[in-house]
Ligand binder design. Sequence first.
Ligand code: CO
Length: 362
Amino acid sequence: MNIEARLRGLRRRLTDTNEPAILVTANANLRYLTGFDGVIDDGINGACLVTAEHARFYTDHRYAEAARNAAAGTPWEVRIQKENLYIEICDELIAEGIDSLMLESSVPYGRFTFISEQFRGAVRVVDHYVEELRQIKERAEIERIAHATAIADEAFDHICGVMAPQMTEAEVALELEFFMRRRGSDGIAFDPIVASGPNGARPHAIPGQRELERGDLVVLDFGARVGGYRSDMTRTVAIGEISDDLKRLYDAVLAANEAGIAAVRAGMPCVEVDRAAREVLDQRGLGDRFTHGLGHGVGLDVHEMPTVGPRSTQSLREGAVVTVEPGVYVEGLAGVRIEDLVVVEQAGCRLLTSAPKELVSI
Ligand code: CO
């Protein structure tokens, strides 16, 4: 993890945008900038202040040792909170003659107001300032994501041997979680989605007490986490024999997934990658059943930049890690989604997900 390069990147942005200081409080951004991997209570007790001269990591006594360890050998100075973190930060800024401060858009309104009153200079809210830097992954970051992906691939293989009619969605979700954690996942990337039969028509269904039935399609969307980095994959499996209509849905989504992956390369506008997959579904009369974007970046957060969708304005950049996840959803009947994780390369992409994509029947 190259902490110095990350800090350099952030300072370059400050110079480019002519801003003297940013206060970073979003958890994943704190972790990215400092390399600190302890628990921080949602920004309340952790903050990073970066100016041209200073890089200060503020936290409280509970995290003092871990923060000092993380900062050792890096440009970060650790400051331990005495009374009120934000009063202390503002006092230092005022003493240093800094008259303008950027906060991240995720800052709670109460804290924004408090800092604005304390600081008295100009306070501005910015979006995606650090997230933009996180888009391009270092080799070590890609290794962690690939490791998390490999654990999830194994979990898919395992769950195919465990799933059976009468098992509930919730039991399948729990088994996925147990398996990944036993294999070294530090928690899970997000709560698994296990959506069977008609529940599959809701892209973000919560696993419940519905029992798997013969003739169902089951959407499994889950991921592992290694060293803070997440993976994200979706497979849709059949319980026993399924109808020809469901098979047609599956084939269409698989073709869209492959068309999307084939369109990925550095410099490609995200909107065109989305279109490549969407066209396949359009041609089969399923375009209006694909109700979300094709994909998103994955890293310290499960949804991060870039967004790959019909309204994206960005292009894919080399070293970004994105999902390709077309889906079709038929209310009252079923859903199909097939999601892979890829690393964007100069001339194409490297597929991280290796679980099979031909329809698995259980
Ligand atoms: Co996803």
